[in-house]
Design a binder for this molecule. Structure first.
Ligand code: NAD
Length: 331
């Protein structure tokens, strides 16, 4: 009997933090994975172990330009986008373009291939929220013209465009609203709180806390997020779904946890809060729990231990890394 051919999935942003973990997971599940990335914030190092596999292909391409993939496609995961404030403040136009034009291109591809597409949205669509925890029914409190607007509004547009393709063209779509996620392969210099604190603690430098450090975040370990995304892709639900870990902590407390876990002698130093920095972040995950039978399994402390071990294993050059890997792409 002829064996069924493996499902083909296109993963944009495959060389980034989340895209590389998703590529690993879908390869493990027996999919044919096509990675696509323009390497503006990602690195081939995250996926170099996949290049030798027959069920992995890679295209270096900017998805804000026309995207073509030969052959059939069953699924698309659209994860290409700068994701940390340091990145999107430095490349604001590319950030807006990949959330809008890039999403449009991939929705068009999904339509023509009759593929199911899942787009990576973010808790930042809730802006600086006036309610906590944030449920999918909350419309958010976003400043469109503030510095973070380039990311937040690109993602809000992405959601609107995805719903329009679903409602108007009948494309099979999924929207995941991802809350802060952490784990191995985050860039140490990407400006997000956790990698910055870990790098500073391992280097014996003081940890730079913004504001009074009383703002909260809720951190989800990457394996839990990947599991949730895998389940959502295979669920029949096109409205947005929050995925994150509701275990909320202040920035000061997590900085102290990292100092303890790294046996560091570093201290905390406080500086001004960036404009429009959200004061609280905590996902309401009741929908994901009901719909996907999903909740996070990895505690923050265990996740932090695994992440710190990964960074300890990286060689000294990585720890000293100061240069950014930006291409001078079109703005
Ligand atoms: P990342 O920067 O590590 O990965 C993003 C990848 O997309 C990079 O490899 C980058 O080179 C690529 N990319 C960017 N613009 C591109 C373009 N125009 N064409 C092709 N490739 C492009 O970030 P991440 O943390 O892995 O985030 C991945 C996705 O998840 C993003 O869409 C982000 O908005 C979303 N997200 C992440 C988090 C988180 O906590 N990590 C939270 C919310 C949402």
């Amino acid at each position: 009997m002829k064996q069924a051919s493996p499902k083909r999935i296109l993963i944009t942003g495959a060389a980034g933090f989340l895209g590389s973990h998703l590529s690993d997971r879908f390869i493990r599940e027996g999919y044919q994975v096509i990675g696509m990335d323009n390497l503006i914030t990602g690195t081939l190092r995250n996926i170099e172990h996949l290049f030798k596999l027959p069920n992995f292909e890679f295209y270096q391409h900017d998805v804000s330009k026309f995207v073509h993939i030969p052959g059939h496609l069953d699924y698309i995961l659209h994860f290409a986008s700068p994701a940390s404030p340091v990145d999107y403040l430095r490349i604001p136009i590319q950030t807006l373009k990949v959330g809008s034009l890039g999403t449009h291109n991939l929705l068009g591809l999904a339509k023509s291939k009759k593929a199911c597409i899942l787009v990576a949205s973010t808790s930042e669509v809730y802006g600086d929220p006036l309610v906590s925890p944030q449920a999918e029914t909350y419309w958010g409190n976003v400043n469109p013209v503030g510095p973070r607007g380039v990311y937040d509004e690109a993602k809000r547009f992405q959601e609107a465009m995805t719903m329009a393709y679903h409602n108007f063209h009948g494309v099979d779509t999924r929207i995941v609203r991802i809350f802060n996620t952490f784990g191995p392969r985050m860039r140490l210099n990407d400006g997000r709180a956790l990698p910055t604190f870990i790098a500073q603690a391992l280097r014996g430098q003081d940890l730079s806390v913004f504001g009074d450090g009383q703002q909260t975040r809720s951190f989800c370990y990457v394996d839990d997020l990947v599991e949730g995304i895998f389940r959502l892709l295979h669920a029949d639900y096109s409205e947005p779904v929050n995925l994150g870990n509701p275990d909320e902590i202040t920035i000061t407390d997590i900085a102290k946890e990292i100092i303890e876990l790294t046996d560091s002698t570093s201290k905390l130093v406080f500086s001004d809060l960036p404009i429009d920095d959200p004061k609280q972040r905590r996902p309401d995950i009741r929908l994901a729990n009901r719909l996907l039978d999903w909740s996070p399994n990895v505690s923050r402390l265990n996740g932090l231990r695994k992440t710190i071990d990964y960074y300890r294993l990286m060689d000294k050059i990585d720890l000293q890394e100061t240069t950014q890997i930006y291409f001078k792409g079109d703005a």
